[in-house]
Design a protein around this ligand. Structure first.
Ligand code: ZN
Length: 659
């Protein structure tokens, strides 16, 4: 493991303990093999002067909701050290009571809730305490002779403790085990199946020890496994796979009563694991560390041919697991798997939103590597299901469940937007993302796909007049998100003004192709997925020119009128499948790429207006923006207009000829 400490960075921080705590916490957080999505925590001991001028000894410990990778000073709530030590001496304390007590012990009532490991951090008699869920250490621990191997690796320098549930009882266990121990002889503490603690009065030395101890575990794994331990393979998925995915997504959504995202991972690691003969057995034994159960459940689903039947199989196994370990007050969590092995094809991830989907993916990829290394070390042997259940159904997690969070309307929904790089399309992408949807954004612009950094946005270069290109783009999008619920068919352009008398065939044909036929092709490509979607809706961006055409715009107006008619027929054809098709007629939206300042000035002059007068030349005398059109798209795509199909809505500031 690479030591990320840099002397010049550390020197710039100086001697401020909390700033140094932030620095080495970030170093730990940058290493995914040490901490992943909230796993692990750190602290520093110091003092604060209260408003009474009294000095108080304080533990600054990671607050909940913060991630070590990005934590800042505000992420370390100050807790009274003596209060924590006193709590540690109690005979028993429920975890929810412990959380209340931790909040009571805060010196800042607005600080985040201290980590559930705060009491344990307080007990360690060193200034800096680092705790990770290091993959390598936990992997070795999850094998038949794990504890012996770790003893062999670390000798007497590291205290190795059997697994116990995190929280108050873990603090008690450590207190008991270290009661008559000489701390100065210890470099660290391994908690089997959980992680590693290191400590020192110096931030660098505590961090260095963490890297040193984890490196030893990594070296042990490397010398006892070989390249063949991790299977790599390839699979080229097909359109029929994508259709199966969208049906599975639909069925999975029933288990959480709303839209979900589903991703097929066909990376070489994912396919390799799915090709292992015993993959179904390995993936259902248990996770890397028990805290992963909160994000990814205690075991995977196994998919073969009939994905929806296999989903039912998982559901039945999950209910059996719940019934076997529950005690009276437990409330069953949803029965949707978070990851699955699709035999010989890859891994599937399921989640209610993109953030959770990424957490599941990260955890799963670390887990399948650990599983295979564990197999090579003698057999993957995670904690028994009873212990996993205890964490998954932890009282603090159950309390969250009862608080009943409400999902945003578009959370878990997948939208396709065409012509997405600029103008109305871009505004629609922004609006849908803001509402919680993920977006498959298509545009012919080359640069467009490259500029996308948001993982909720899959920006893809696509010429929507090309059936094959559409097919390929949709397959990529569905592989990434699992299906399609919303189509915003927007791509279009305004051809050069030509009278019919002087119409060039090419001008006419190009407009028909892009402004009408391409919409049919995109809709046709999306329909198999839309039919499996959640409250599926199509919004067609047509034009004011449909009800009120203008001279010289035959190629445009005829194409948009044909498009409108196609959409009306689609509304008739697809109502029985629950797919709603509605049409927008924007006009005079000038904040788009084609309306440069020069063009605007030129057009305004042509009508004898100022630019301002020209922009607001409508009944409401107000300028129409791309965002106004996007708002209408959101309205038609959402539940508010769930009973409307085949409708046409002008967004034009009011037009006498239309009214
Ligand atoms: Zn931990």
């Amino acid at each position: 493991m690479r030591n990320r400490w840099k002397d010049d960075e550390a020197a710039a921080i100086g001697s401020d303990d909390i700033a140094m705590r932030v620095y080495t916490s970030n170093l730990l957080g940058e290493e995914e093999d040490l901490v992943l999505h909230g796993g692990g925590n750190t602290s520093v001991k110091g003092s604060l002067t209260t408003v009474f001028g009294e000095s108080e000894e304080v533990l600054f410990v990671k607050g909940s909701g913060w991630d070590l990778r990005t934590i800042k000073e505000a992420g370390f709530p100050p807790v009274r050290l003596n209060y924590l030590l006193k709590l540690g001496r109690l005979n028993s304390l429920s975890d929810s009571e412990m959380i209340r007590q931790l909040r009571l012990a805060l010196l800042d009532p607005q600080a985040p809730t201290p980590s559930v490991e705060a009491i344990l951090h307080a007990l360690v008699p060193y200034k800096f305490v680092d705790h990770s869920h290091a993959d390598a250490v936990v992997t070795i621990s999850n094998t038949p002779n794990g504890a012996e191997h770790l003893k062999q690796i670390y000798g007497d320098e590291v205290l190795i403790l059997p697994y116990i549930m995190p929280g108050f009882i873990l603090a008690q266990q450590v207190a008991e085990a270290t009661k008559s121990l000489d701390w100065s002889r210890l470099k660290g503490i391994v908690l089997l199946h959980h992680g590693l603690f290191t400590f020192s009065d110096d931030a660098k030395s505590s961090y260095d020890t963490m890297v040193e101890l984890v490196t030893k575990a990594e070296e042990f794994i490397a010398s006892n496994t070989d390249e063949s331990s991790i299977v790599l393979s390839e699979y080229q998925w097909s359109p029929s796979d994508c259709l199966k995915l969208s049906k599975l997504r639909r069925a999975a959504g029933e288990l959480v009563r709303g839209p979900v995202l589903l991703r097929l991972d066909n990376s070489r690691e994912a396919v390799g694991f799915a090709c292992r003969k015993n993959a179904s057995n390995l993936a259902t034994r248990g996770p890397l560390t028990p805290d992963h159960t909160i994000h990814a459940k205690a075991f995977a689903a196994i998919f073969q041919e009939d994905l929806t039947e296999d989903l039912k199989g998982f559901q039945a196994r999950y209910i059996d697991y719940f019934n076997e370990y529950k005690i009276d007050e437990h409330q069953c969590l949803d029965t949707m798997p978070r990851y699955g092995v699709w035999q010989n094809k890859g891994l599937l991830y399921l989640a209610v939103n993109q953030k959770r989907l990424e957490i599941v993916r990260d955890i799963t990829l670390h887990t399948i590597r650990a599983i295979q290394q564990g197999e090579a070390l003698g057999g993957w042997q995670p904690l028994p299901k009873a212990d996993l259940f205890e964490v998954e159904y932890w009282e603090l997690e159950q309390a969250k469940l009862k608080s009943g969070s409400i999902r945003a309307e578009f959370e878990g929904k997948v939208a396709v937007v065409t012509g997405a790089a600029s103008g109305i399309g871009k505004a629609c992408v922004t609006a849908l993302l803001a509402e919680g949807a993920v977006v498959i954004a298509l545009d012919i612009d080359e640069q467009f796909a490259m500029d996308s950094l948001n993982s909720s946005l899959f920006a893809y270069r696509c010429d929507v007049t090309d059936t094959k290109a559409i097919q390929s783009a949709l397959l990529q999008g569905v592989q990434r998100f699992g299906g399609i619920d919303i189509l915003v068919s927007n791509a279009g352009n305004f051809p050069a003004s030509q009278s019919i008398e002087k119409m060039e065939d090419e001008n006419w044909n190009r407009s028909i192709e892009l402004n009408m036929s391409s919409h049919m092709r995109v809709m046709r490509g999306c329909l198999p997925y839309l039919k499996e979607g959640f409250d599926p809706a199509v919004v067609i961006v047509a034009s004011k020119n449909v009800p009120a055409p203008g001279p010289g715009a035959a190629a445009y107006s005829a194409a948009k009128a044909g498009l409108t008619q196609m959409a009306r027929v689609a509304a008739l054809e697809l109502g029985a499948d629950g797919v709603r098709i509605n049409i927008l007629h924007p006009n005079a939206v000038y904040d788009t790429a084609i309306w440069t300042e020069e063009v605007l000035a030129e057009r305004a002059e042509h009508y004898g207006f100022s630019v301002e007068e020209y922009k607001t030349a409508n009944i409401l005398q107000s300028e129409v923006y791309s965002q106004d059109v996007a708002k209408a798209v959101v309205l038609f795509a959402g539940k508010s207009l769930a009973k409307t199909t085949g409708a046409q809505l002008p967004i034009d500031g009011g037009n006498e000829r239309v009214i």
